[in-house]
Every structure is written in structure tokens, then in C-alpha cells.
Design a protein around this ligand. Structure first.
Ligand code: AP5
Ligand code: MG
Ligand code: ZN
Length: 215
């Protein structure tokens, strides 16, 4: 299974990725997570990416494309992968297509999670992430058992730096301008699965798996 998760900030890509990668036993590749890991470790890439991420802007394609190409060549991607947050521009999509062609592979699905703009800010601003294991929660929609503490590992829950109302709004605009054209790009290839992302988390997950299994 080779698939992409598409959808605006806060649509539920990371949340649904957990279900999909378990179901199909494939690695979850989130470019946002890779950049955040690099920021945490203070790498050169992390320092460069941070300048853009903190402003809600896309990290330049030349920093992003090579990173993903290298990742797809790793052993665990041999039987498939789930990309989350990549591609985000037409240039990235073309680069992915070329890379897969040279690996004699092709994409099976693009899962497009649809959520109205009005709901996205509340989702992102209320999100909390475990500083230990990365598990995602929401202050209203997906609460941890104990406030501020991760159910899995007991780690402290923190807010992402780009989850302020102002930066989320910027990210949504950037999505509409630079990433939304990819829906058309992949619809023309006949591989898009549209998903109503406004249902409760578990229902969205069931819908995605059902559609990926049936097609
Ligand atoms: P990235 O980390 O990919 O952020 P994003 O695309 O803005 O998406 P989010 O992670 O904010 O949302 P999500 O859809 O994963 O939602 P989640 O499941 O967490 O990218 C961050 C930055 O990195 C970018 O701005 C850019 O700078 C850079 N970057 C990354 N990739 C790049 C690329 N390819 N090129 C260039 N730059 C790149 O859910 C959100 C919240 O809602 C959670 O609290 C969750 O619990 C809750 N929730 C989820 N589903 C539901 C539901 N059904 N009902 C109620 N609540 C729900
Ligand atoms: Mg995410
Ligand atoms: Zn944790």
C-alpha cells in the first residue's frame, strides 16, 4: 500500500495515520514530524526549517524533496508507506512521481480529508502533543485521562509553536494557495478517496479503511 494523506492543517492527518499504518503495516512518514525532530535535535536542517515553520510558511522544496526521496529508499518502505504532509506543492508531487517511477512503484491512493475551514482553527489551537512519545490529543475532542499528562507514557503534553490562532490561519491560507491544487492533480489520475473528516475520530478512521480496502 502506497498512499498519501492530504488535507488542511488540523484536518486529522496525523490522527488518522495511526489507524492506517496499523491496518496496513506500513511506515508513517510525516515531513512535519521529521522537521520537528530536527528542530529538537538542533540540526542544520532543523534551524533552517524552523524559520519557515514558525511563520506558518512552507519549508522550501529543495530542503524537503531530497529528505523524502532518501526516506523512501529505506528498507521499511519496500512494501509501502503512508506520506503525511508531503507532497504540498505541484513541484513536490512531480518529484515524488519521478522518484517512484525510478523505483518502479506507483501510488495506490490519495486520502483527502475534508473539513470546513471554520472547524480547523479550533482543532489546531486545542491540540496538545506529548513531549515524550508524540501522541496527539485535543482539549475537547480527544482528552487525555489526566489533564496535561500522556496516557501512553506519562509525558508532559505541550502545544505546538505554530498552533496559535494567527499562525494556524496563515497555514490554512498557505494550504489553499499551494496545496489544494493537488486535489485536482491526483483526481485526474483517478486515485483520490474523499473522506468526510467532520465525523468523530473513530468513524473517520473506519470510513478510510473501508474505502481503501474496497477500491
Ligand atoms: P505539519 O506538521 O504537516 O502540519 P499541518 O499540515 O499543518 O497539519 P497538522 O499536523 O497541523 O494537522 P493534522 O491534519 O495532522 O491534524 P491532527 O491529526 O494533528 O506541518 C507543519 C509545518 O511543517 C508546515 O507548516 C510547514 O512549515 C512544514 N512542512 C511540513 N511538510 C512540508 C512540506 N512537504 N513542504 C514544505 N513544508 C512542510 O488533528 C488536529 C487536532 O484535531 C488534534 O488535536 C486532534 O486530536 C483533533 N482531531 C483530529 N480528528 C478529529 C475529529 N475527527 N474530530 C474532532 N477532533 C479531531
Ligand atoms: Mg499532523
Ligand atoms: Zn506520551
Amino acid at each position: 500500500m502506497r498512499a498519501i494523506l492530504l488535507g488542511p492543517p488540523g484536518a486529522g492527518k496525523g490522527t488518522q495515520a495511526e489507524t492506517i499504518v496499523k491496518e496496513f503495516s506500513i511506515p508513517h512518514i510525516s515531513t512535519g514530524d521529521i522537521f520537528r525532530q530536527n528542530i529538537k535535535q538542533g540540526t542544520v536542517l532543523g534551524k533552517k526549517a524552523k524559520e519557515y515553520m514558525d511563520q506558518g510558511l512552507l519549508v522550501p522544496d529543495e530542503l524537503t524533496v531530497e529528505l523524502v526521496k532518501d526516506r523512501l529508499l529505506q528498507d521499511d518502505c519496500r512494501n509501502g508507506f503512508l506520506l503525511d504532509g508531503f507532497p504540498r506543492t505541484i513541484l513536490q508531487a512531480d518529484a515524488l512521481e519521478d522518484a517512484l517511477k525510478s523505483m518502479k512503484q506507483k501510488l495506490d491512493f490519495v486520502v483527502n480529508i475534508e473539513v470546513r475551514k471554520e472547524l480547523l482553527v479550533e482543532r489546531a489551537v486545542g491540540r496538545r502533543v506529548c513531549s515524550g512519545c508524540g501522541q496527539t490529543y485535543h482539549m475537547t475532542f480527544n482528552k487525555p485521562k489526566k489533564e496535561g499528562i500522556c496516557d501512553n507514557c506519562g509525558g508532559e503534553l505541550i502545544q505546538r509553536k505554530d498552533d496559535t490562532e494567527e499562525t494556524v490561519t496563515k497555514r490554512i491560507n498557505v494550504y489553499q494557495e499551494q496545496t489544494e491544487p493537488l486535489i485536482d492533480y491526483y483526481t485526474k489520475k483517478g486515485i483520490v478517496i474523499n473522506i468526510d473528516g467532520e465525523k468523530p475520530i473513530s468513524e473517520v478512521g473506519k470510513d478510510i479503511v473501508a474505502k481503501m480496502r474496497n477500491k
